[in-house]
Design a protein around this ligand. Structure first.
Ligand code: GDP
Ligand code: MG
Length: 691
């Protein structure tokens, strides 16, 4: 029991999730702990104690948070504990191997003016990564004590306790504050003074209250409202906010977060040295250019445009070789097999269907080459950083954009990448919009249609426009979902900028060949099976031959009579307002399994129809079809872009959200949206005389 000379201390353990708080808590308190709840909420509260020297120290394990805004229950609980219970010392557990992100929270504790000790944990991990951290310098830069710890081995615990006791005795008189720059600082100074004049707020740190008022913090506003009945303070804060908004064009909280981030980033650059030099100086220069406030977005769009232009232009010659090869193969099959079922199955079903998809292998490989270059070089993270502010407009943040960019390759890994989002709402919204990012499987459809209906020099731009439209729709839907389905602010986070790396030729090539090979495998399995199935459905039941009908007319009649033709005829009325006939209805229906199958079905339909013409290519057949036009082709591209995610995507949505409701919702909303967009484009285009 405590002797009369024993002093009591209350110490809060704070830190990011997974920084090792609980491990450290256990190392500090051993079995002397118990678990309860914070008053009124279901957040778990763990307490334990430890005697050290003449001190009896009570430890409280706060919920893990990245920040101390009032966005989540955990953050509120942690913040309230510090403001209301006023622990003698806050120990901020920071993960040394992830120092930059972790110090963001520390900068907020500095603002709160609490006696702070940094327990720099996971020193072993940092060391294994070749990072040398100058903790003495860090302590000096921030003006607080910093102790190296390896919680999992119990190392550094005594030293930490020593620092805690000192901090309790002396506080940190030299603690530094983030400086927010001239304009913001002058508003902060005025507000701080006004807060100090308000006696009822004396229990709160005044600069901190001023900062929170500038940031429009909901909870602090409410607290201020209760003490300041004249509303003078809130009015001053509102005026300061709108003044800052008008100068900077941004909300103060955005700029302040940037400054805080810059502060932490600067500190990290000084204290961390890498044993093996992987961060070179030019990366700072590149960053100041690529993530520039003004130039960042145009540069990003230029990269995207180059990517699609490149995929189309560089892919065109090898695609032409493959097309001639499959045309030759088809002709050879017709010549060498006796006319009849087998000839039609091989020539129309297998070669027409699978060949139609295989000709796009070069484009697919180029697309994945571009994506892996973006990702491996570190530019992808910069792009997310650049669009972060745009994303805030729709209630998401830049991190969601990384998943969206990956969606240009394939929705399945893109949806899995949303696991990096902490908030479930942000995650679900991102998952729902990822399928609107045009994946690689849709590219063949565009290239086929663009090649048939648009001049070669316009092709890249038309395809780019489809991709851009997909992105715009995704952003719009995000805003709609945020507004009506999953309201709430996006959770703030520190954007991590990985170092630039020169992608290795070997790695990039391997990646490209792997993706190309996956595509070939898909063509040889799913698409082959679907092509044969579609050939069957398009060929049976047979009609009795009618001698008087011309060849093409007879083929058309045979298709109309077939099973697929009947399905097509049943769907066609719904699609007629979009300008699509029954053949397109059949193709779209078959594309429910995977979007490339739209191409293979069109291949089968048109090679059945044009069976007598040996040398025709699908593109030419489409271009010369009287039922089709560039406008219809464009509406069709958009429909294929938007409608029903493929089966694999639906399955992964289910798996990641654990809910059929969300999976079915994704199916339903995309189909409705596809119809509306295609309708507007087709009918609108006709109104202005485009077809
Ligand atoms: P919390 O979320 O902050 O409570 O983090 P935990 O205490 O649950 O720790 C997260 C993980 O990091 C666990 O697997 C720990 O074993 C591990 N861990 C904690 N401290 C250290 C450390 O100093 N070094 C290493 N290598 N691992 C640690
Ligand atoms: Mg924990």
């Amino acid at each position: 029991m405590a002797s009369p000379t024993t002093r009591q201390l209350v110490v809060a353990l704070a830190g990011n999730p997974n920084s090792g708080k609980t491990t450290l808590f256990n190392a500090l308190t051993g079995s002397r702990q118990h678990v309860g709840n914070y008053p009124g909420v279901t957040v778990e509260k763990k307490e334990g104690h430890r005697d050290f020297g003449s001190y009896h120290i009570r430890f409280v394990d706060l919920p893990g948070t990245y920040s101390l805004t009032a966005y989540s229950l955990e953050e509120l609980v942690a913040r309230d504990f510090i403001l209301v219970d006023k622990p003698d010392v806050v120990v901020d557990v920071v993960d040394a191997s992830n120092l930059e992100r972790n110090l963001y929270l520390a900068s907020m504790f500095l603002e709160l003016g609490v006696p702070l000790v940094l327990a720099v944990n996971m020193m072993d991990v940092a060391e294994a990564r070749g990072q040398v951290i100058d903790l003495a310098l860090l302590a000096e830069l921030l003006g607080v004590r910093a102790v190296p710890v390896i919680a999992s081995r119990g190392q550094g615990v005594e030293e930490l306790l020593q620092a805690v006791v000192e901090a309790a005795r002396e506080g940190n008189p030299r603690a530094v504050q983030v400086q927010y720059g001239g304009e913001i600082e002058s508003h902060l100074a005025q507000l701080t003074e006004a807060v100090e004049a308000e006696g009822a707020l004396a229990h709160l740190p005044s600069r901190w209250v001023a900062i929170k008022l500038l940031e429009n913090d909901e909870q602090v506003r409410r607290q201020v409202q209760q003490c300041d009945s004249s509303g003078r303070l809130l009015e001053a804060a509102r005026a300061a906010r709108s003044h800052l908004q008008s100068i900077t064009g941004d909300d103060p909280e955005v700029i302040m977060a940037e400054r805080r981030y810059g502060f932490v980033n600067g500190a990290c650059r000084e204290v961390i040295t890498l044993a093996q030099q992987s961060r070179v100086d030019w990366s700072d220069k590149a960053d100041s250019f690529l993530t520039n406030r003004v130039l960042g977005l145009p540069i990003f769009f230029m990269f995207m445009w180059l990517m699609f232009e490149g995929v189309f232009r560089l892919g065109a010659p090898p695609m032409a070789w493959l097309e001639s090869f499959f045309a030759w193969l088809q002709a050879t099959a017709r010549d060498s097999l006796p006319p009849g079922e087998l000839q039609s199955l091989i020539a129309d079903g297998v070669i027409g269907g699978v060949g139609g998809v295989l000709v796009f292998v070069p484009n697919i490989m180029l697309l994945f080459l571009a994506i892996s270059l973006l990702e491996d070089s570190g530019y992808m993270a910069r792009a997310a950083f650049v669009v972060d502010r745009v994303m805030h407009q729709v209630g998401l943040h830049g991190k969601s954009f990384i998943a969206m960019l990956l969606g240009f390759g394939c929705s399945v890994p893109a949806i899995m990448a949303t696991r990096s989002l902490e908030s479930r709402r942000d995650r679900i919204i991102t998952i729902l919009i990822v399928p609107l990012m045009s994946c690689g499987a849709r590219l063949p459809v565009y290239i086929l249609l663009v090649g048939a209906f648009f001049p070669a020099d316009a092709a890249g731009k038309v395809i780019f426009s489809v991709y851009v439209l997909g992105v715009l729709l995704a952003l719009t839907m995000a805003k709609v979902f945020r507004r009506f389905l999953l309201p709430g602010p996006p959770e703030p986070f520190v954007m991590e900028l990985p170092p630039y790396r020169m992608p290795t030729l070997r790695g990039t090539l391997i990646h490209m060949v792997e993706r190309g090979w996956l595509y070939v495998q898909k063509a040889g399995t799913t698409i082959l099976a679907m092509s044969v199935l579609m050939w069957f459905l398009l060929t049976y039941p047979k009609v009795a031959p009618e001698p008087n009908l011309a060849e093409a007319g007879a083929a058309r009649r045979a298709i109309e009579h077939s099973y697929a033709g009947r399905v097509g005829a049943a769907i066609e009325p719904v699609l007629r307002p979009l300008g699509f006939d029954d053949r397109i209805a059949i193709a779209l229906f078959s594309g429910l399994a995977a979007k490339e199958i739209v191409v293979s079905t069109l291949g089968t339909v048109f090679s059945l129809e044009g069976a007598e013409d040996d040398t025709h290519q699908l593109r030419q057949a489409l271009a010369s079809d009287p039922q089709l036009s560039p406008l219809k082709a464009y509406a069709l591209m958009l429909f294929v872009l938007i409608y029903v995610p493929c089966v694999a995507t639906i399955a992964v949505i289910y798996r990641e959200t654990c809910s059929w409701r969300w999976a079915m919702f994704a199916v339903g909303y995309t189909t409705a949206l596809a119809w509306i967009v295609a309708f507007v484009v087709y009918q609108g285009g006709r109104l202005v005389g485009l077809g």
